[in-house]
Design a protein around this ligand. Structure first.
Ligand SMILES: [Fe+2]
Length: 320
């Protein structure tokens, strides 16, 4: 009889208290059987492959929406309230999840891309975590939450405008090691362009900068917080956030919010139309939706959205 069965037999008819010192070694705790117990087992990874025809294939980990909710004891009452409430919202394991992802990435891939909402709102403690974790091999962009001083708990009210971002843009920029409006980083002959589209739209300035990058003639991977919605992505995120109704009706769910901005803002609409015809665009990486979903964006470009980092999600994307 195994130790375990013997133990359970002995326990039959015994009261509720079990001395832990008498517990036998269960197989799942045995380091000889599971030497990697506790390593990466909480991570939920999906995969994508981008075919470019590279001489030097490489791989990265795409994570997003970590939503850190830290506040130091000396920070004001609103920050303490947000810390309590929003830690409940995101489960309190956001930093653990990030550490799991980073440890996995260190062993398996060359780069990490984080597509925004690294922090849930602005606090000294959250910004210190930004500086702690964003290193040179960490490509990134900001999300709508980076521009959120107090999640709407204080004035001014959140508005989806450049003027609203301007209120704290300097503060945000001061803590992130990349230009929060637009960056380009070429690795292994692939141009990773990151841009701020946190309210769904892009600006004329960003479109012009993108044009300069296209002139380099390199394959492009666009990294941003809010995806450029396809109809399928819109359906999926409505299903996740709003439940059953929109699916049952059989009709296409009403277009609102960021998708509406992408259809109505002329600069963004024209940019998206152009991107669908740009053969150098090979891949879009985005977050914000908190679900893992992917769709074909254009004949040359697949768009990957990764679910919340706070839920231990990530995607390895191979570029071959
Ligand atoms: Fe977001």
């Amino acid at each position: 009889m195994s130790d375990r069965r013997q133990f359970l037999k002995q326990m039959a008819g015994v009261g509720a208290l079990i001395a832990t010192s008498q517990l036998p070694a269960f197989a799942e705790d045995n380091p000889e059987v599971f030497p990697k117990r506790g390593r990466f087992e909480r991570l939920s990874l999906s995969y994508g492959v981008v075919n470019i025809g590279l001489k030097e294939p490489f791989s990265l980990l795409h994570i997003s929406d970590t939503h850190l909710t830290a506040a130091y004891p000396h920070e004001n009452e609103t920050k303490q309230l947000l810390h309590t409430k929003r830690t409940q919202t995101f489960g309190g394991r956001q930093e653990e999840a990030l550490l799991d992802a980073l440890a996995w990435a260190k062993e398996h891939v060359e780069f990490i891309v984080h597509t925004g909402d690294f922090i849930d709102w602005q606090s000294e403690a959250n910004f210190d975590l930004v500086e702690k974790y964003f290193g040179k091999s960490f490509v990134g962009c900001v999300g709508n939450h980076e521009y959120s001083p107090d999640m709407g708990y204080s004035v001014p009210k959140i508005e989806h405008t450049e003027a609203f971002k301007d209120l704290t843009r300097g503060r945000v920029q001061g803590h992130y090691p990349f230009d929060v409006r637009f960056t380009s980083q070429v690795v292994h002959g692939v141009n990773f362009i990151t841009l701020d589209d946190v309210y769904g739209y892009v600006t004329e300035e960003q479109v012009a900068l993108f044009g300069q990058e296209v002139a380099k003639g390199l394959p492009i991977v666009l990294c941003m917080h809010v995806p450029f919605f396809t109809d399928n992505m819109w359906r999926a995120q409505i299903r996740f956030w709003k439940g059953k109704g929109p699916l049952d009706s059989g009709e296409f769910p009403p277009v609102t919010g960021d998708f509406l901005a992408q259809k109505e803002d002329p600069v963004t609409r024209d940019f998206i139309d152009y991107l669908k015809r740009e053969p150098l665009l090979k891949c879009i990486l985005a977050g914000h939706l908190h679900i893992t979903v992917e769709d074909q964006f254009s004949p040359t470009c697949r768009e990957y959205v990764v679910a919340g980092g706070f839920l231990f999600h990530g995607r390895e994307v191979m570029f071959i």
